[in-house]
Design a binder for this molecule. Structure first.
Ligand code: IPM
Ligand code: MN
Length: 364
């Protein structure tokens, strides 16, 4: 039995309604396996800006600081894109500071398309006979996102600059993490880089090569990022685990959503030395907000990742995945996954999908 406190940040848009389903599933797991999960809710993102004047207010920081782990919904909505102080917009005022605060250097983005959902991928079926199963490991607190930024005037015209900055220990840490993941999977690690142009990638690769000596059982393949973007579409099954610099990981993980045909199937884990947070990598889908049509898969999947990576509760985590796949296997789906000719009785609302997963968890 474990006893844990979870800071829950439902966020904006479809965040609250998908979070509600995820917490229902978590509570069911707690009852079934006799764990005590205490949840503490806090505002984060646009809703926090509205209520406190800041997207990551000190009240929320306090709740996150004292929790064992954080479960976060998507944040942002069109009305917050116009906040004149860019540092108070949800992305720069909440998400990046959250990552920095807990040094969540390792971002795990599983790109999984179970076989029964193959139809939703835009790829030809023969390219993905067994569906898709790729683990993207994205560095999350360095590189272009966090390097020095500068704007000013030179030679009479304005300029703007962001820098890709990595220290040796930063690269070493994420490389070790990625090798560790690859070792537990198919033992192939693709290191994604752009060393033909970017000096920092030459440095990155040198460190990755050094770390690889400690993982002789894992096959290391270096691949240029542009080539990887192409290969993900024409031959995705060659990939198992991918190691990516922050910006490359941001871009290719959305491409991952593209090859599986939905951003709605992307849970993720952001892991730091002392604390981790778990979140869907999709946005807040304002057009679906409050309509009970949002897909809670990524939010529920983020709970599964939390159980596995934060609490080492592998069995419990598997139960959630099996429950969710079993619902999908029976042909049930949310509206975002439904084709035009999908049978109406199989299309579930957010709440109904959550209920079905809960029921499966209980019966497993
Ligand atoms: C993501 C998002 C964020 C990022 C934004 C919202 C800051 O796109 O988590 O992939 O760029 O990292
Ligand atoms: Mn992104």
């Amino acid at each position: 039995m474990v006893k844990k406190t979870i800071a829950v940040l439902p966020g904006d848009g479809i965040g609250p309604e998908t979070t509600r389903e995820a917490i229902k599933v978590l509570s069911t797991i707690g009852e079934k396996y006799n764990h005590e999960f205490n949840v503490e809710y806090a505002d984060f993102g646009g809703v926090a800006y509205d209520n406190y004047g800041h997207p990551f207010p000190k009240e929320t920081k306090k709740i996150c600081d004292r929790a064992d782990v954080i479960l976060k919904g998507p944040v942002g909505a069109p009305q917050y894109d116009n906040i004149s102080n860019v540092n108070l917009r949800p992305e720069r005022g909440a998400i990046l500071p959250l990552r920095a605060r807990y040094e969540t250097y390792a971002n795990l983005r599983p790109i999984i398309l179970p076989k029964m959902l193959k139809r939703i991928s835009p790829l030809k079926s023969e390219l993905i006979p067994e569906g898709v199963d790729i683990m993207m490991v994205r560095e999350l607190v360095g590189g272009l996102y966090f390097g020095e930024k500068k704007q000013g005037t030179e030679n009479g015209e304005r300029y703007s600059m962001d820098t890709m900055h990595y220290t040796e220990s930063q690269v070493e840490k994420i490389a070790r993490f990625a090798f560790g993941i690859a070792r537990k999977r198919r033992k192939v690690l693709h290191n994604i880089h752009k060393s033909n142009v970017i000096l920092t990638c030459v440095f990155w690769n040198e460190i990755v090569n050094r770390v690889s000596k400690d993982f002789p059982d894992v096959k290391l393949i270096h691949m240029l990022v542009d080539n990887a973007a192409y290969k993900l579409v024409v031959n995705p099954t060659q990939f198992d685990t991918m190691l990516l610099e922050n910006m490359f990981g941001d871009i290719l993980s959305d491409e991952g959503g593209g090859i599986i045909g939905s951003l709605g199937l992307l849970p993720s884990a952001c892991i730091g030395p002392k604390k981790a947070y778990f979140e869907p990598s999709h946005g807040s889908a304002p057009h679906r907000t409050g309509k009970n049509t949002a897909n809670p898969y990524s939010m529920i999947g983020s709970v599964a990742l939390m159980l596995e990576y934060a609490f080492e509760l592998e069995k419990e985590s598997k139960t959630i995945w099996n429950a969710m796949f079993s619902v999908l296997d029976e042909g049930y789906m949310t509206d975002d996954l439904a084709e035009d000719n999908a049978p109406k009785e199989k299309i579930m609302g957010t709440r109904e999908f959550g209920d079905m997963v809960v029921k499966k968890v209980k019966n497993m």
